[in-house]
Design a protein around this ligand. Structure first.
Ligand code: NAD
Length: 370
């Protein structure tokens, strides 16, 4: 039987509550579908600090590195606001991204028909929206050197960040975007600022060359990132896959997020390079939202982003495409039936808590995969 090793890091706040609902789905997959998921669990963020004085222990880091996929909840909260900077909760997530070399961040923006009225745009602009933003995650201006504030000695200071990309970084993120496009609508839109940035000129050239060399069956379009932001809110359904750098991707994926309604709905995946021997990519799946300390412990958090992150995990780490489709459809069906957590509540719907939402999605998933 195939063994699929999952390392669970529920984290803080609503992280463990949301992860509990994914555990139910994993248990069902194992007993009814012989899926062979083997789970282990560790601590990250504030809970790891309380136990080990670090945002993630070396033992848990080693388990994350060895797993087929990591499922991550959320970290942080007021309890740890004053801990030393190096061991703050977010440092655990940054360490995982860095050590696992997760250079590709995938943020889908899917608008479930039942929630189209929750978008800040007109329902007809977003209904049926299904776009995927592929953001470069380990390079660019957030990491480039020099990165400093220098004293100019005349009462002025200078803040410096450096936008820098090498060919291989652009090639590999473009490759991820083209490959994913082949599993979807077969279209990629690459966004940069080649009109004012040298790194944008190189980005454009390398994406074009990568396309020509290996992916000419995929439709490629280039757009300036500012125009891309405008098009995202003007006519978002024109896009299939968007590939862009770390800074533009940070902003454009947040814009796309709001097209779909609530933070509690948004999953994400971060992928590394394929292993030379096994072909497997290191991968971490997490909801976009944080630990929501304002509602933690009350059983009212929306578990959909966490459950949808698990659907991405099945799709991208285990090629369980049918199962992932069914789980995403189960979420849509439950929303269609009018069941809502409080963050996505609307008139005429029925308000439920975290575990009731998880149970409803599991029941719909069972029906679809029977
Ligand atoms: P947040 O995402 O935790 O919450 C923002 C708002 O959205 C809150 O009102 C919250 O109740 C609501 N919300 C978020 N997820 C929800 C869900 N699943 N169901 C229902 N409502 C939901 O962001 P924040 O308040 O800015 O940050 C809180 C803490 O989380 C901070 O310590 C922050 O550093 C941390 N954080 C962690 C991550 C992460 O772990 N990846 C991401 C963002 C923020």
């Amino acid at each position: 039987m195939t063994v699929r090793n999952l390392f669970l890091l529920p984290g803080d706040g609503i992280g463990p509550e949301a992860m509990g609902e994914v555990r139910k789905i994993i248990a069902y997959m194992n007993t009814a579908k012989n899926a062979g998921f083997v789970t282990d669990e560790g601590l990250v963020g504030g809970s790891a600090y309380d136990a080990h004085g670090a945002s993630i222990s070396e033992a848990d880091m080693a388990k994350a590195m060895a797993a087929d996929a990591v499922l991550f909840g959320a970290v942080g909260g007021p309890k740890w606001d004053a801990v030393p900077y190096d061991v703050r909760p977010e440092a655990g997530l940054l360490r995982l991204r860095k050590d696992m070399q997760l250079f590709a961040n995938l943020r889908p923006a899917i608008c479930y028909p039942a929630l189209s009225a929750a978008s800040s745009l007109k329902p007809e602009l977003v209904e049926g929206l299904d776009i995927l933003i592929v953001r470069e995650l380990t390079g660019g201006v957030y990491f480039g050197e020099p990165k400093e504030i220098i004293d100019l000695g005349n009462g002025q200071k200078r803040g410096i960040d450096t936008q820098v990309y090498d060919t291989y970084e652009i090639e590999r993120i473009a490759g991820v975007a083209f490959e994913l496009a082949r599993t979807r609508g077969n279209r990629v839109c690459s966004m940069e600022k080649r009109n004012v940035m040298k790194s944008g000129v190189l980005w454009n050239q390398v994406v074009t060359e990568t396309h020509k060399a290996k992916y000419s069956d995929v439709q490629l379009e280039h757009m300036l990132a500012d125009a891309g932001g405008m098009q995202l809110v003007r006519q978002p359904k024109q896009f299939d896959v968007i590939v862009t750098d770390n800074l533009f991707g940070d902003m454009l994926s947040d814009v796309a997020a709001m097209l779909t309604g609530s933070l509690g709905m948004l999953p994400s995946a971060s992928l590394g390079a394929p292993d030379a021997k096994t072909g497997k990519r290191k991968a971490l799946y997490e909801p976009v939202h944080g630990s929501a300390p304002d509602i933690a412990g009350r059983g009212i958090a929306n578990p959909i982003a966490m459950i949808a992150s698990f659907a991405m995990c099945m799709r991208y780490s285990f090629n369980m495409v049918e199962e992932a489709d069914a789980l995403e459809k189960a979420i849509a069906n439950v929303l269609d039936s009018g069941i809502r957590t409080s963050d996505i509540m609307s008139e005429g719907s029925r308000a439920v808590g975290t575990s009731e939402m998880g149970d409803a999605i599991l029941a719909a998933f069972k029906t679809l995969s029977a």
